[in-house]
Design a protein around this ligand. Structure first.
Ligand SMILES: [Zn+2]
Length: 322
């Protein structure tokens, strides 16, 4: 598959933020330690430092990822054991690398660089940069949270150039791989109306913000079943046809948002007060206004364009505007 194919968009409106990258992940190199060592030493290789889960970002003019050469890291971290291989760009290899919390903004990179939160910086990045950032953040978070073997509890060490962790107890030798957690997020509709909810956990969000219902897919469950179960649990509505729309990597820390349209069967919503503080039908006109004025204080709002919740609303309006 060519890079152009990889960068293509599978749905109108373009790729969601964090999707649509064109990095060649070169997965076959992960099990080639000799080649990875050569890439770690190569002058053309670049490293993206993460302090905690915040990447180094160049802040001059348009923000971009703060890729730096190995030489800038050598006094701060053991590059060979800490670097996580992300893939190959035409001009060289790319690695993510966790750095100690004590590293200051001006210890690394150009003068105008600082460690910034991913939510804050992602909307300002190019499509490929946001995508590689999602990979780097999720991988970094996974290593930080899986220091020990999940089977025997012995320390686990980085393996497969950062795409696995192997138990250091030779008798156990269990290998773990980075996990991705599937979440269904659904725009529920019926007869030109769209159901939006306001989650209890959204109390710190702007007043009036209503989003799609969403929830984790449980073990032994299909995407369609998860959509129906979550809609019933949270809003007391039965759902008929479920149609997949698109998906979005969501690196907080490592979720895959699976966007669906779901047709509600007759009945009125009743809320589960432990999950939602309000749920209501929006007319198309109300939804259009909420989408266009997502960043204005007002009665009804939707989450920002960064989110698949916003993009599902746009897509549904586009489908129904003709
Ligand atoms: Zn073990």
């Amino acid at each position: 598959m060519t890079r152009a194919h990889l960068a293509g968009s599978d749905h109108p409106g373009g790729p969601h933020t964090f999707a649509g990258g064109d990095l060649d992940r070169s997965a076959s190199l992960r099990s080639d330690p000799k080649r990875i060592s050569e890439l770690l030493e190569a002058g053309s290789s670049r490293f993206l430092p993460f302090r905690g889960l915040d990447p180094l970002v160049e802040t001059e003019a348009r923000p971009g990822l703060g890729w730096i050469p190995r030489i800038e890291l050598e006094n701060l971290v053991d590059v060979d054991s800490a670097a996580l291989f992300l893939g190959l760009e035409p001009d060289g290899a790319r690695f993510a690398i966790p750095v100690p919390e004590t590293v200051r903004d001006d210890d690394l990179g150009p003068a105008a660089a600082s460690f910034r939160g991913v939510r804050e910086v992602a909307p300002l990045l190019t499509v490929p940069d946001a995508s590689v950032l999602a990979l780097g953040r999720s991988l970094t978070a996974w290593h930080a949270m899986h220091r020990y073997c999940s089977k025997c509890g012995a320390p686990a060490a980085t393996d497969e150039a950062g795409h696995a962790r192997r138990c250091t107890n030779g008798a156990c030798d269990t290998v773990q791989f980075p996990r991705t957690d599937p979440v269904v997020i659904m725009l529920i509709h019926r007869e030109g109306l769209c159901l939006r909810g306001r989650a209890i956990r959204a109390r710190r969000y702007p007043p009036g913000l209503h989003s799609c219902l969403a929830g984790y897919v449980e073990p032994g469950e299909s995407i369609e079943e998860a959509v129906r179960r979550e809609t019933w649990e949270e809003a007391g509505l039965r759902v008929g046809r479920v149609r997949y729309h698109s998906s979005q990597p969501w690196p907080f820390p490592s979720t895959l948002m699976i966007g669906c349209f779901a047709e509600a069967l007759p009945g009125e919503p009743r809320i589960d007060s432990s999950e939602l503080e309000s749920v209501r039908w929006f007319t198309m006109m109300e939804l259009r206004e909420a989408v266009e004025r997502w960043d204005e204080a007002g009665a009804l709002r939707v989450p920002p364009p960064l989110t698949i919740a916003h993009q599902l609303a746009r897509a549904w309006l586009a489908e129904h505007s003709g």
